[in-house]
Design a protein around this ligand. Structure first.
Ligand code: MN
Ligand code: MN
Length: 450
């Protein structure tokens, strides 16, 4: 009998059939990732797919969906068991780090027109310099008309850039600490460089305003009621000579959202009612009307109860539920091995990471999943020979982080973090493993159907 535990590498235990499935699954994921760069775009993608698969905002059917303010979405599939036996829930977040345009974004400097931004979420500022950026978002007019903007993704469209300082003049900057060398106010991509010869003042800005008006019917004041974001331009890609990985923007946390969505759709006739929820605002603390701290999730569960099992107690439905907080994990980084505890770190290619607790400095602010729940989770994954690994994020006191797990845990339900490890988290080009993507999908599917 082997007493020592060894994690299993997906590529070593997948059948040829599974390897093929993993490759096909990755192709579909790459399309999704390339098309969905904002929470709004992700909601639209999910909504379109779900409607085509028979989901409706109608409780009289077994397949329910609801969109919350264009930025969050919930899908539910009715199970055979009563709601009071608990739900199976997977929550993931669909907002991603980026540069949001300020409300007064457009200004001139050195006869260039630039756009002021305020970064969203935890970015390393220098990573956003000298890379092609696209603008995505909406502008809402007072009439209610919504103008969708997406510039920089097609081959014939322009892109934007924040040029980095030339090395020839960087000697002073090179002496500074990274946290001081790059300023948030300077994250201002260039919009244009042509003057309007009829104007005396702000003639470069005037030219950009004219283009906005002629092309999109937008005046400067309309930018107050807009949500426009600079995101890395271009598609997600297969990565590595062995084509085993995926590189792309926004994998934290759209990789979990994609796996959860596919798992929900491929779970037919579930035993328990299954709920998949995609939240906004995780990267800035889950506050706001569309974040995990909002009560909308609870309201919708109450509506489900009223429609599907009137009189059932919300407290019972919630506390009997089992949930996964689907979020990515920081995989062991070959460039910064010393920041990980190698005995408790995840590696690319070993399946989804079960993270018992998150938090920082002595587990503060953590959801700490119970031993009983982890035992149950191990059992269901091992039953199907689905690879998984157990890890925590970084060495003790090296830093830390949180997820949405603790907000659902408040209802007394069992919840644990589980999702693929990635490299370069929050960078414009994050790296994941095809095998982990597929194994996460298998794990979520098993969870939802158990
Ligand atoms: Mn995340
Ligand atoms: Mn994140």
């Amino acid at each position: 009998m082997e007493l020592e535990y060894k994690p299993k590498n997906c590529w070593e235990i997948f059948t040829e059939e599974q390897k093929k499935d993993a490759n096909n699954f990755a192709q579909k994921y790459i399309e999704f990732l390339s098309a969905c760069k904002t929470e709004r775009e992700t909601v639209e993608w999910v909504l379109k797919e779900a409607l085509s698969l028979g989901f409706e905002e109608d409780f009289s059917r077994g397949n329910f969906l609801k969109v919350i303010k264009h930025k969050s979405i919930i899908l539910a599939k009715k199970g055979a068991q009563p709601l009071t036996s608990g739900l199976r829930i997977i929550g993931a977040h669909i907002d991603t780090v980026r540069l949001d345009l300020k409300q007064h974004p457009i200004f001139e400097s050195c006869d260039l027109v630039l756009a002021k931004t305020h970064y969203y979420g935890g970015i390393r500022k220098y990573q956003w310099l000298s890379i092609p950026l696209a603008i995505h978002g909406v502008v809402v007019k007072e009439t209610g008309e919504k103008i969708k903007i997406c510039i920089g993704e097609k081959d014939n469209e322009p892109v934007f850039v924040i040029p980095d300082l030339l090395p020839h003049l960087a000697s002073k900057q090179n002496e500074k600490k990274v946290s001081e060398a790059f300023e948030g106010e300077k994250l201002a991509p260039i919009l244009g460089n042509v003057p309007d010869k009829e104007k005396k003042e702000n003639k470069f800005k005037a030219c950009i305003l004219k283009i906005l008006y002629e092309k999109y019917n937008i005046k400067e004041e309309d930018l107050f009621s807009a949500e426009l974001q600079f995101v890395p331009a271009g598609r997600a890609k297969i990565m590595g000579l062995d084509e085993s990985m995926i590189g792309g923007y926004g994998q934290d946390d759209r990789i979990c959202a994609f796996c959860a969505f596919e798992a929900l759709m491929s779970t037919l006739n579930p035993e328990h009612t299954i709920v998949v929820v995609f939240w906004d605002k995780e990267e800035i603390g889950s506050d706001g009307a569309t974040g995990a701290k909002s009560l909308f999730f609870e309201y919708i569960v109450q509506d489900l109860i009223d429609a599907w099992e009137p009189g059932a107690k919300l407290s019972q439905v919630m506390s009997k539920s089992k949930a996964i907080s689907g979020d990515v994990h920081g995989a062991m980084d070959p460039y910064f091995e010393e920041l990980h505890d190698k005995y408790n770190a995840s590696k690319l290619g070993y399946g989804p990471v079960i993270c018992k607790f998150t938090g920082h400095r002595g587990k503060v602010s953590a959801n700490d999943a119970s031993a009983e729940y982890i035992a149950w989770m191990k059992k269901i994954l091992n039953e199907e020979n689905i690879p998984w690994q157990m890890a925590e994020l970084g060495k003790v006191d090296a830093g830390g982080g949180g997820t949405v797990a603790k907000f659902l845990a408040e209802y007394g339900m069992d919840i644990v973090d589980m999702g693929p490890g990635i490299l370069g988290m929050h960078s414009p080009f994050e790296v994941s493993s095809k095998a982990d993507l597929y194994a996460t999908y298998l794990a979520y599917k098993k969870f939802l159907s158990t």
